[in-house]
Write a protein that binds this ligand. Structure first.
Ligand code: SF4
Length: 99
């Protein structure tokens, strides 16, 4: 039990180093935002986080339903390579319908 407590304490200390941890939770909205600029900002914060690899592996193992973890955007437990903006694509991006 004490060994487990020591591990827990060590893990807590490790996660205190996380770039997203400001001890006040002010970055939660940024890391779980639907806005593309917020997502890019969250990914940039992860970019120099010393816990990035552990964070990403943990998120994959837990199949995180959404949010930015370890520098990647998750949806339904999987990494999304690209997030489309909301709404219909602009007309110039649509393919013409041929008969
Ligand atoms: S890698 Fe994980 S722990 Fe580090 S800033 Fe990103 S979400 Fe936070």
């Amino acid at each position: 039990m004490f060994a487990q407590l020591a591990v827990d304490e060590q893990e807590r200390g490790q996660w205190a180093e996380a770039r997203c941890n400001d001890s006040a939770g002010t970055m939660v909205a940024l890391f779980f935002s639907e806005q593309l600029d917020d997502i890019a900002h969250a990914k940039a914060i992860c970019g120099d986080c010393p816990l990035r690899d552990d964070c990403l592996q943990g998120a994959l193992a837990r199949r995180e339903p959404w949010g930015v973890w370890g520098g990647q955007l998750f949806l339904n437990g999987k990494v999304l390579a690209f997030k489309r903006p909301r709404g219909r694509p602009p007309k110039h991006a649509r393919q013409p319908i041929s008969a």
